[in-house]
Design a protein around this ligand. Structure first.
Ligand code: PLP
Length: 392
């Protein structure tokens, strides 16, 4: 797959994909084509404006295929975090003092801090604690936290720190049984598994295109039936039943052109050129088949590292290829610096996952994190682990 990604030609081993993925040529070409044609705002009858309108509308259609929802349920924004704060502002206008919000202990702060803001209006935050050091979320522990006052459950599809994949559909069914809504962070999972709103049945979900081999955009699914009653902070003339109430200001059309280019790459190169969601489903089957042996291989090599302490699911079950570990007492950032000098990019620190890092007693120093994508090869992993084995 590397041949489709110009940045990979340098030979550098990009193993920090959880922080942001590289983009295929199709994404770059689509951005260039758009900007070379015209850079206009939407909504006017002249050709350049119509191009931007088409790109924006097509983005909603194809992102709905990605989420498995309707185009009328897709909000486009600058980042996942910007969108969760927008949703929290709307919720702060309908939630009441004493309402309860449950946040899983595996969350990135993007799916925690915005809901903590609701403490200002008297909402009560409860943390759904995981079992450590695996970081496993048990449904029985969630059931014990639910009450008739529970309004919201925040749960990730995959933890950006550990790679663990909790049972989102099971948690959603429990939350719905007391009338609570579920907000699902699919940012970390979406480069590895195709989101499926119909299967998870969550009420809100969000991801960032730059983690899915594309541009710096965020997308949020909002269940259609909930949209009208959500009092967003909006320009006064935008109707309450319009998604545009969650999209203040001008959006990033070149970013959308790039995202459409990336979706085209997924369907064409990995999805047997099947159309629409069928092509994406096929592409992600391919991605999973590429990544599974790499996950097994990386786990084996981590086990064999002298002094390695690994956090998260120990086998390839219920996880993606994101690995969090420390090497004895070594400072994670020093290891990251050393690896950079060896031609390998990984992360160190807490990666905004302060809840799990606190639970592990690792905050704020954190741990080393390495994360694969479908363009990762065993050679990349060998470069990483051979360098770690050589380190004194
Ligand atoms: C799991 C997870 N959720 C949310 C975010 C935030 O995404 P954004 O940078 O688009 O706000 C990240 C970013 O690293 C992430 O890994």
């Amino acid at each position: 797959m590397k041949q489709h990604f110009p940045a990979l030609a340098s030979g550098f081993s990009f193993l920090d994909n959880a922080a942001g993925a590289q983009v295929p040529q199709a994404c770059i070409t689509a951005i260039t084509n758009f900007l070379e044609s015209a850079s206009c705002n939407v909504g006017m009858p002249y050709a350049g404006s119509q191009l931007s309108t088409r790109i924006r509308d097509q983005t909603r259609v194809e992102t709905a295929q990605f989420f498995n929802c309707k185009p009328e349920e897709v909000v486009i924004g600058p980042s996942a975090t910007a969108l969760t704060f927008r949703l929290a502002t709307a919720l702060s206008r309908i939630f009441q003092a004493g309402d309860e919000i449950i946040i899983s202990e595996l969350e990135h702060e993007c799916n925690a801090s915005p809901w903590r803001e609701l403490e200002r209006i008297g909402c009560v935050i409860k943390i759904w604690q995981a079992k450590w050091t695996e970081g496993r979320l048990e449904l029985a522990d969630l059931a014990a936290l639910l009450t008739p006052r529970t309004r919201l459950l925040a749960i990730t599809a995959a933890a950006n720190s550990l790679g663990n994949r909790p049972d989102v559909a099971g948690a959603t069914a429990l939350a719905h049984s007391v009338g609570a809504w579920v907000v699902n962070d699919v940012v970390h999972d979406s480069p590895h598994h195709l989101p499926d709103i119909q299967a998870s049945n969550v009420d809100f979900a969000f991801f960032s295109a730059y983690k899915v081999f594309s541009t710096h955009l965020g997308f949020m699914y909002i269940r259609e039936a909930l949209l009208e009653a959500l009092p967003a902070q909006k320009l006064h003339f935008i109707p309450d039943d319009s998604l545009l109430k969650f999209e203040p200001g001008t959006n990033n059309y070149e970013g959308m052109a790039g995202w459409l280019g990336t979706l085209g790459y997924l369907r064409t190169e990995l999805g047997n050129s099947l159309p629409a969601r069928a092509g994406l489903i096929r592409a992600y089957e391919k991605i999973e088949s590429i990544e599974k042996p790499l996950v097994d291989y990386a786990l084996e090599r981590i086990k064999n590292l002298p002094n390695a302490i690994m956090y998260g699911e120990p086998s390839s079950q219920n996880r993606v290829g994101t690995f969090c570990f420390n090497l004895g007492q070594a400072n994670p950032l020093e290891v990251v610096k050393y690896l950079g000098e060896q031609g390998v990019g990984v992360a160190g620190g807490h990666y905004y996952a302060t809840l799990p890092m606190n639970a592990l007693g690792l905050y704020p120093t954190g741990a080393i994190r390495t994360s694969i994508a479908h363009y990762t090869t065993q050679t990349d992993l060998d470069t990483l682990f051979d360098a770690l084995e050589k380190k004194d």
